[in-house]
Design a protein around this ligand. Structure first.
Ligand code: CP3
Length: 366
């Protein structure tokens, strides 16, 4: 039995006492206990592959803050790693692939990996779900086909991912193949996460915002739309909602809202009230404070909290940052933020749902 249903309810358009709160990268390097567990595991990937230790880090932020959701501890790049690209996380450098897709032979050899090679992720999901024991729902996730392709072609994080964008114009046939393999792999990967116990799903499209409006539709949103259409709609009697997050995608919210998702993640560049006008009333939004805000004074945090609380009042919203929490973020600021936003938004969604109920009742009368 799920004791805290706020996240699932708000994604399903149901009434809640206040908006749920969780933080992207809530399990991570700003927590000393995370750093200790990672050291015990030996490396970040070793931590991802150890279900017991990965579960330990999922629970760490929940022990410190009254968060309303947990997220699978893993990484989006597990999928290209399983495709044989050779993932390594180098200290201070981020992810590096030993065999990036830089010629036709490599691209043509790319295939959907056997999901048994990602068994460690699904084992982690079921171990985490068991350990959560219904405290809060567990979010599963994947990278978007386009964002995965950025790393697979470039081989590492690089400003603007120029090699990927050059391939898009020089050899669209090769990119087409990569995206279609990724699309199939993501469908299978997320379906297995649901079977293992993930109760909501999030698609991280971190680099979709690099694209032109036209290219975004073709190379990023369309494959995500196909994925959403093919994912299991429910599991064991519970609906499995999907949140789509394109960082830098603020100008395309209308088309994202038409993709079949239940939730849309906003980065901090977008005005929440404006975003609400774009997507209409029936969809859930998520976000969107600047992660750097948490390095600010309590006064700065309180002002941002007040603005956000006001903007989300009466709407379906999941409180979050506009991107992952940064290493070095003061833990005390996170605690202050979570407490303030929960106090300031208490009662704000239920009231609106009353309004919606009244409206639908009068619609029924008509
Ligand atoms: O939110 C959570 O608590 C769940 C865990 C999670 C991680 N990665 C753990 C992680 C999630 C949801 C991700 C997704 C992910 N991974 C994305 C999409 C979201 C985003 O941030 O835009 C991307 C682009 C990646 C790829 C990735 N992983 C990069 C570029 C890096 C290096 C940059 C960095 O932040 O260090 C990682 C490493 C990574 N993934 C860490 C964690 C906790 C830090 C590794 C460490 O502990 O040394």
């Amino acid at each position: 039995m799920l004791q805290n249903r706020r996240l699932l309810d708000v994604l399903n358009g149901q009434s809640v006492d206040r908006p749920p709160v969780w933080l992207m990268r809530q399990a991570g390097r700003y927590l000393p206990e995370y750093n200790a567990t990672r050291a015990k595991a030996g490396s970040f990937m070793a931590l991802c592959k150890n279900a017991e230790l990965a579960t330990e880090v999922v629970l760490q932020p929940l022990e410190r803050f009254p968060l309303d959701a947990a997220i699978l501890f893993s990484d989006i790049l597990t999928v290209p790693d399983a495709m044989g690209l050779g993932l390594d996380f180098q200290q201070g450098e981020g992810p590096v692939f030993a065999r990036p897709l830089q010629d036709e032979v490599a691209v043509k050899a790319l295939a959907v990996p056997d999901m048994s090679s990602l068994r460690y992720v699904f084992d982690a999901v079921s171990t985490m779900r068991k350990a959560l024991a219904g405290r809060v729902p567990l979010i599963g996730f994947s990278g978007s086909p386009f964002t995965l392709a950025c790393y697979m072609v470039q081989g590492r994080s690089e400003e603007g991912f120029p090699q990927l964008r050059q391939m898009m114009y020089r050899r669209p046939d090769l990119l087409e193949h990569i995206i279609s393999v990724n699309t199939e792999a993501v469908v299978q990967y997320l379906t297995e996460q649901v079977k293992a116990g993930a109760q909501a799903l999030m698609l991280f499209d971190t680099w979709g915002g690099l694209l032109s409006a036209h290219d975004y539709q073709r190379w990023s949103l369309e494959p995500m739309r196909q994925i959403i259409a093919r994912l299991p709609k429910e599991h064991e009697g519970e609906r499995i909602p999907v949140i789509l997050f394109t960082k830098g995608g603020g100008t395309w919210l209308k088309s994202m809202a038409a993709s079949g998702v239940q939730g849309i993640g906003l980065d901090w560049t977008v005005d929440v009230s404006w975003a609400r006008e774009q997507v209409g009333e029936s969809l859930c939004l998520q976000g969107n404070l600047d992660p750097q805000l948490l390095f600010g004074s309590h006064q700065a945090i309180d002002e941002a909290v007040d603005r956000l609380a006001k903007a989300v009042r009466g709407t379906q919203h999941i409180i979050n940052l506009g991107h992952g929490i940064q290493p070095g973020t003061p833990i005390e600021a996170v605690a202050h933020f979570v407490k303030q936003i929960q106090e300031k938004t208490m009662g704000s969604v239920a009231k609106v749902n009353e309004r919606t109920k009244v409206r639908s009742r009068s619609a029924a009368v008509l």
